[in-house]
Design a protein around this ligand. Structure first.
Ligand SMILES: NC(=O)C1=CN([C@@H]2O[C@H](COP(=O)(O)OP(=O)(O)OC[C@H]3O[C@@H](n4cnc5c(N)ncnc54)[C@H](OP(=O)(O)O)[C@@H]3O)[C@@H](O)[C@H]2O)C=CC1
Ligand SMILES: CCCCCCCCCCCCCCCC(=O)OCC(=O)COP(=O)(O)O
Length: 310
């Protein structure tokens, strides 16, 4: 046994570790080469995941275009990034563009400004989004529209505004942050889940249509992340929810998720689920045993209503 361990198993083990490490190193080098000096547009850069994505893409040497509605927050982030310690690659001072994704005219103007300034976009990271809490029966249709405008029509319009220049160059990468709720629908999230399902569908269609131009499309579906999403969520009457939910507070660190986003973009992944086992299994359950999934969701709705009323 000792003989086998020393003569065969150990060298094989070291060999495997060596090959794996080399593979990882090559992957990191490929990501780094892909993003160095690349023009990367990030929406929702003022907070949460977008802010952390800004950090990792900046450190990778990308030429960032930071987008959001809050000019001051964008300027603050720019100063913070440029003041950060030297990295291994040359970094670039981010450019900021302020616009509301619910304003179609502002989106077209922002895309024109970005193209005027940089000539092209290498990576568009559609990250901005808003969540919602409420019962369908109580929810004003304007609330449904607001969520769809921010999470669906806004990213669609921005993508369409930048797509012709990507097609012309036969180069570009469209990335979208969807959600596990783009795959399964849970009670009291109707507008949010609908907007994320629509996002998934649209960008799946886009992927197929632009493959001929060598344009990449990556859809990422995270589970809970510890950001301000629940604080910023809109409720049935249009007011802000303003609560840090336990599920959000116990979610993954946005720093870690941003690293996963960077890796997925670097590897030009088509789709990535960034969630724990249970939500990932729930996606399979929805497909393979929909009746059981619907019963579980109905029970979840009953429990949630009961705890709200008690
Ligand atoms: N946190 C979570 O548990 C999960 C989040 N996600 C997704 O991650 C993405 C980022 O959210 P997260 O960081 O968590 O949440 P945050 O609330 O922390 O950040 C949301 C960002 O979106 C921007 N935004 C919201 N509305 C608009 C608008 N109308 N126009 C332009 N920008 C807007 C905000 O900018 P500002 O208000 O300054 O304009 C902010 O920068 C979202 O798409 C979300 O659905 C997916 C799965 C889980
Ligand atoms: C084979 C056994 C399978 C067992 C599956 C049981 C079903 C469990 C249901 C799990 C539901 C998970 C919901 C996850 C939701 C989520 O991660 O959402 C991410 C977000 O976008 C969060 O937004 P929110 O505004 O809702 O905080």
């Amino acid at each position: 046994m000792d003989f086998i361990t020393s003569t065969a198993v150990l060298p094989l083990l070291f060999g495997c570790v060596g090959v794996f490490s080399l593979f990882k190193l090559l992957q990191r080098m490929r990501t780094s080469a892909y993003l160095r000096n690349a023009v990367v547009v990030i929406t929702g850069a003022t907070s949460g995941l977008g802010r952390e994505c800004a950090r990792v893409f900046y450190t990778a040497g990308a030429k960032l275009v930071l987008c959001g509605r809050n000019r001051e927050a964008l300027e603050e982030l720019t100063e913070e990034l440029t003041a950060s310690l030297a990295t291994q690659v040359q970094t670039h001072r981010p450019y900021t563009v302020t616009f509301d994704l619910a304003d179609p005219g502002a989106i077209v103007a922002a895309a024109a400004e970005i193209l005027q300034r940089f000539g092209h976009v290498d990576v568009l990271l559609n990250n901005a989004g808003i969540s919602y809490r409420g019962a369908i029966v109580d929810t004003a249709t304007d609330v449904d529209k607001k969520v769809m405008e921010t999470n669906y029509f806004g990213p669609v319009a921005l993508t369409k505004a930048l797509l012709p220049s990507m097609i012309k160059r036969r180069q570009g990468h469209v990335v979208v942050i969807s959600s596990i709720q783009g795959k399964i629908s849970i009670p009291f999230r109707s507008a949010y889940a609908a907007s994320k399902h629509a996002t998934q569908a649209f960008f799946d269609c886009l992927r197929a249509e632009v493959e001929q131009y060598e344009i990449q499309v990556t859809v990422l579906s995270p589970g809970y992340i510890h950001t301000n999403l629940s604080l910023h969520a809109v409720t049935a009457d249009g007011s802000t929810y303003g609560v840090m939910d336990k599920t959000t507070a116990q979610g993954r660190s946005p720093v870690e998720v941003a690293r996963d986003v960077l890796a997925a973009v670097g590897k030009k992944k088509k789709e990535v689920i960034l969630a724990d086992l249970l939500p990932s299994l729930a996606i399979y359950l929805r497909t393979l045993a929909p009746g059981l999934f619907f019963s579980l969701m109905a029970s979840r709705a009953r429990k949630e209503r009961k705890s709200k009323n008690s």
